[in-house]
Design a protein around this ligand. Structure first.
Ligand code: SF4
Ligand code: FE
Length: 493
């Protein structure tokens, strides 16, 4: 099959038996659930744009394995140019959805598992790379969405996997059979898990020999019988159940996270990509994290574009767009946003080939990129709230604006009173102002803030994880040598 359409993607989810729980109950028709559907629309956009000739160059690629045309979200990057196009694709998707569109985690998993399995096989003569190649060709040919699952619950953070009081704090092998393995445990914060056809599981930290059973990677259908998902709720999410689309702020699109539980799942040998080779756990983690830290230099920038645009519009609606401090705040927002983009592009341009042949980002620059993402969106949000004004959090509901209940002495309705007192500049409709301020609220502290704010901090690793990598990658010894040479300091007596 060639590229799937957005409709074909949504229909394919309906055919799955994914077990989903929310508010303590199983959700049978989760595809149409009002709290879940916006996140599906987001992934569907990755299919829709790939079918649009205008975006063909960015959204599609030629498979390095089959020579066939594929969605770039399933591509193994073949050059720095491919890495740059990936970031541009993510910025585009961020601009079109103002949300997390979820499909990148699979793409980042493909590229890290492809290169890591090659190196495991090189050392041990295992067959993981061929397993993975067969799997990725199936993904590319069927244009599948795949979740990349890394984050274990981790329990007591001071302890290694094998030291945990409850062994399930890290996903692990509980049984080895001739035809495969049985795994048990869970993965937390799984972006787009419900909206995926398959899930690639990977270890979450570097491991030692005693953690051998935890050093495991494999692919599994998202609707395998022994897998279930407990939906993560988001700020203001039940507004989506109220039938007031304006109050939602972005009723069409949204992100999604879930707890994915693997309750003694059997994985056949052909889908295993690591099974006990503990010294490669760190390699897989670092590569996946590196790719996903690059990703944030694209997706968050695209989402930032929409927030900056909304802040500029809010200034116009309030009649303050000519004030010099407003102009300066908007320029500051652009400066911060483009700095993030620069990092995403830079770590892509400096990319280099792996032993397996696909391209990897520059690790130092990818970590610098993500470290900046843990900070700048917060300042962009602060400035957006500053420009928008307090009304973005104190405005009455859409139902009030539409109410014909009489409240005034002259027969005015609640709706008429709201229209009168929430008017901005002449010529701007009160409804548009309402929509815009709710959109900003959604981005700054509503459901989309999961993707734009907290995910900027913790997604793809919390700030300290990047600082450790920056410390490792920065080659401080070489810098000291530079200083010594110019200062005339010699190591010789
Ligand atoms: Fe993609 Fe960004 Fe969402 Fe990660 S946070 S899945 S990079 S949109
Ligand atoms: Fe993320």
């Amino acid at each position: 099959m060639a590229l799937k359409s957005a409709k074909e993607y949504v229909d394919s989810l309906r055919e799955m038996n994914t077990r989903v729980y929310m508010f303590g109950e199983r959700i049978e028709n989760w595809v149409d659930h009002p709290m879940i559907a916006p996140s599906i629309n987001c992934v569907a956009m990755t299919y829709a744009l790939a079918k649009n000739p205008e975006y063909e160059d960015i959204m599609t690629a030629t498979s390095s394995l089959t020579g066939r045309k594929i969605n770039r979200f399933t591509h193994l990057h073949q050059s720095p140019e491919d890495l740059v196009k990936k970031v541009k694709m993510q910025r585009l998707l961020g601009q079109k959805t103002a949300s997390c569109f979820q499909r990148c985690v699979g793409m980042d998993a493909f590229n890290s598992v492809f290169s890591t399995t090659f190196e495991i096989d090189e050392k041990y003569g295992t067959n993981y790379h061929e397993n993975f190649k067969r799997f990725i060709i199936h993904v590319q040919d069927n244009d599948l969405t795949v979740d990349g699952a890394m984050t274990d619950p981790k329990g007591d953070r001071s302890k290694a996997p094998h030291q945990q009081a409850d062994p399930d704090m890290f996903l692990h092998v509980v049984e080895r059979r001739p035809d495969g393995i049985v795994v048990n445990g869970a993965k937390c914060h799984q972006t787009g898990a419900l909206n995926s056809h398959w899930i690639i599981f990977m270890p979450t930290i570097s491991m030692g020999e005693a953690d051998r059973d935890y050093a495991v990677s494999f692919a599994c259908p998202a609707d395998a019988e022994e897998i279930y998902m407990i939906y993560g709720r988001q700020s203001c999410d039940t507004r989506k159940l109220e039938g007031c689309s304006i109050d939602v702020g972005n009723a069409k699109f949204g992100g999604q996270e879930a707890l994915v539980v693997l309750d003694h799942v059997f994985i056949p040998n052909e889908y295993i990509f690591m099974n006990g080779e503990y010294e490669f756990a760190g390699m897989m983690v670092e590569r996946f994290a590196g790719y996903h830290r690059q990703s944030y230099g694209g997706c968050k920038v695209g989402v930032g574009d929409t927030l900056i645009g909304a802040a500029a519009l809010a200034a116009e609606y309030n009649g303050v767009e000519k004030a010099s401090h407003i102009k300066d705040k908007l320029i500051e927002m652009v400066h911060l946003n483009e700095t993030l983009y620069s990092c995403g592009i830079a770590c892509s341009c400096e990319g280099c080939p792996t032993k397996a042949g696909n391209y990897q980002i520059d690790m130092l620059l990818a970590n610098v990129c993500k470290q900046n993402v843990t900070r700048y969106p917060y300042e962009i949000v602060r400035l957006a709230e500053d420009i928008a004004g307090g009304l973005m959090v104190t405005m009455p509901s859409q139902k009030d604006f539409e109410s014909d209940t009489v409240v005034g002495n002259n027969g005015e309705t609640i709706g008429e009173i709201c229209d009168k007192y929430f008017k901005g500049k002449e010529g701007v409709s009160v409804k548009d102002r309402q929509k815009l301020l709710r959109f900003i609220e959604n981005m700054c502290l509503g459901a989309a803030a999961v993707g734009y704010r907290t995910e900027s901090l913790h997604g793809a690793g919390s700030p300290q994880a990047q600082r450790i990598m920056i410390g490792r990658q920065c080659d401080m010894a070489a810098k000291k040598e530079l200083a010594k040479r110019i200062a005339g300091i010699s190591d010789e007596e």
